[in-house]
Design a protein around this ligand. Sequence first.
Ligand code: NAD
Length: 272
Amino acid sequence: MDKFNVRKVAVLGAGVMGAQIAAHLVNVKVPVVLFDLSAKDGPKNGIVTKALDGLRKLRPSPIGVADDVALIQPANYDEHLGLLTQCDLVIEAIAERMDWKLDLYKKIAPHVAPHAILASNTSGLSITQLSQALPAEMKPRFCGIHFFNPPRYMALVELIPTPTTKPECSTGSGLRDHRASARRGAPGHANFIANRVGIAGMLATMVEAEVQPRPTWSTTSPAEAQPRQLGTFRTADVVGLDTMAHVIKTMQDNLRGDPFYPHSRRPRCSPR
Ligand code: NAD
């Protein structure tokens, strides 16, 4: 496991994150099989091919060399589960719903190669709870790999083990230190580290904006910001409001006693 060689990756989910994670992998010339649900109309890979078209248009570009999109092979769960056996790493990036992720794990488990690592890109669902759907032999090879949006530009990845993850599986070279800090704060904790602080901070800013709209808006969303400088409101748009809502719900369900948990404030004065 020290020299774990990732020759091919499967990414499950061709949405905002899955498609860009696939792009990020082909930027380092690792071929990807990108899965999504079968399209209801037209070709079954329609959702994925539409996502690939989106990658070519997205700015800032998630792709270094435009032709490398060809290294991403479209797939769907009805026809192509057999392709999973060729992959050394499987990254799940479907919608932020525990029940949907658990259903998918049950479906894919028989097809994942015995040596492969399976990881979830969840923003904050319990990695340990997610592992419950897996057969015992897969649990040591399951962990969280939490990329941030947009993955090509955000130089941060959280690696989250469960109590049964083999240490080697959630330790990437160069990420060892980060994992060490994640281990202290994250396993079993909703929203891990970054979203535990970040989402609470975003909500606190939104609450403050009701009280002091002008200074809050102007200091949190600079018009010409680069991806890593985006302010609160633009970041919420880039993440997707539906995904934001899921992550906020995870916080509400699990973190009410947390020191970072934001509390609503009565406006001190009426907005002008
Ligand atoms: P998205 O809504 O853009 O895409 C989700 C994908 O899941 C869609 O392509 C959809 O077809 C597929 N899907 C929906 N229901 C499904 C099901 N029952 N079975 C299989 N596939 C299904 O979501 P996203 O923003 O890409 O988020 C994906 C994951 O990444 C989530 O866990 C999210 O919390 C996490 N994440 C998101 C961001 C972000 O900024 N959006 C950042 C970090 C992590």
